[in-house]
Design a protein around this ligand. Structure first.
Ligand code: ZN
Length: 428
């Protein structure tokens, strides 16, 4: 098969020949019996998400492995890491293998289960990290995401344990006692609205502690969804020491701010903006963008968090936290980072494919588009303008904060090892 007229990382137009799931040849004027017209789209290595909630097993009313991976493919992803806060929790070899098998069966993209750090996400006892690492799912990323591993001794043990198989602990950094009952970012607006605040220090204190712990035991730490300017400063300091610390930012924390809770196109107190960690201030957004540009923040991860309507369309205090994100991530990154001149397409490819695959230790993903590499390819038209219509999502859930907004760009096609999962913007 020939994928004609594409611009790799935004460069000069070329054709890509794919054979047996691998890129066989790149050059101008390639000919073959079967061709796909790229129409001058940008070609990126297939996107890799380090932070997706697929909800299966347990909350198939919100999302399944099938609908979640369809959503991922439409967003240009060829691999996702499925978070462990399912029901039952993915804290044994049996559950991670179940999710891994579902991924193989409904292969709209590769599914790599994340293992829980502690039994039942309860923060009391280490889960079977070694058994999950040795299982068919070959788990390398461990996280209690949704909850913080707040016990310093347990966190130290987890960091020590995963060194044996080159694993990483992905921490949801949030000191639980400082965030008890928290509803939104602690600041001027939470004060005015009378909602319990979520102080930046609750995130920053855990990040500082965990960087020190990771350095002390010589292990790998990954910080999930960094959301404050102070967190960025701490991670910049940890990296300057040469410590093995990586971190992610979500698309929504690169674009949206906490004043939307007070005033927005969909009214005040609209739980569509309720998310953990919360939307922060404009100054935080600016710091996060600068940090993603200069490499202090390594990657963009979606924290795709599907919820059914009844869990979101309720009063603010009762509503579930989280937003869907797979199908809008690349557009939001274009809006926040590319249109602002902070990143070029090579920089986007690093942060949304190459580096997340490296952190997750995925051999067959995140490879540069060159002869010999697996044909995991995303074609993206940055000149398109799309009004976000949640009813068109492949995700089972609709809880997007971008409904009705016009965002730049459109995923034209996604190829997983040479097989189209999306063509002309539609699932194959
Ligand atoms: Zn989280």
């Amino acid at each position: 098969m020939i994928i004609r007229n594409v611009r790799i990382l935004g460069g000069e137009p070329v054709d890509i020949r794919v054979a047996d799931g691998v890129i066989a040849e790149i050059g101008p004027g390639l000919e073959g019996p079967e061709t796909v017209d790229g129409g001058g789209a940008i070609a990126l290595p297939g996107l890799v998400d380090l932070h997706t909630h697929l909800r299966e097993p347990g909350r198939e009313d919100a999302e399944t492995v099938q609908t979640g991976t369809q959503s991922a493919a439409r967003g240009g992803y060829t691999a996702v890491h499925a978070m462990a806060n399912t029901s039952p929790v993915a804290d044994t070899a049996g559950v991670v293998e179940q999710v891994w098998r579902l991924g193989r069966e409904f292969a709209h993209c590769d599914v790599h289960p994340v293992g829980a750090v502690t039994v039942g996400l309860e923060g009391k006892q280490l889960a079977e990290l070694g058994a999950m690492a040795d299982s068919a799912a070959r788990v390398r990323v461990f996280s209690d995401d949704g909850k913080c591993v707040d016990d310093a001794v347990l966190m130290r043990r987890a960091l020590e344990y995963v060194k044996a198989f080159d694993g990483v602990i992905a921490q949801h950094a949030q000191e639980p006692r400082l965030t008890a009952g928290a509803q939104m970012n602690e600041g001027v607006i939470s004060g005015r609205l009378g909602l319990t605040g979520w102080p930046a220090v609750a995130e920053e204190a855990i990040i500082a502690r965990d960087c020190l712990l990771a350095a002390h035991v010589g292990s790998r730490l990954h910080v999930c969804h960094v959301s404050t300017a102070g967190s960025v400063e701490i991670i910049r300091w940890a990296k300057s020491k040469g410590w093995n610390v990586t971190c992610e930012v979500t698309p929504h924390h690169l674009l949206l701010t906490d004043d939307l809770v007070e005033e927005s196109p969909v009214g005040a107190y609209n739980p569509i903006y309720k998310v953990n960690p919360p939307l922060r201030t404009r100054a935080d957004v600016e710091a996060l963008r600068a940090a993603l540009a200069d490499g202090t923040i390594d990657i963009v991860a979606t924290d795709h968090a599907p919820h059914p309507v009844e869990d979101k369309e309720t009063e603010w205090s009762a509503a579930a936290m989280g937003m869907v994100g797979l199908e809008t991530a690349l557009s939001v990154v274009q809006e926040a980072m590319v249109e602002t001149g902070l990143l070029d397409w090579a920089g986007v490819a690093q942060r949304m494919s190459v580096v997340p695959a490296r952190i997750g230790r995925l051999g067959g993903q995140g490879q540069p588009l060159e002869a010999g590499a697996p044909a995991n390819i995303t074609l993206y038209d940055p000149s398109a303008r799309t009004e976000v219509d949640p009813s068109a999502f492949a995700s089972k859930s609709r809880n997007t904060p971008y409904e009705g907004m016009t965002l730049p760009g459109r995923v034209v096609a996604t190829f997983l090892r040479g097989r189209a999962t999306v063509l002309e913007g539609k699932l194959v």
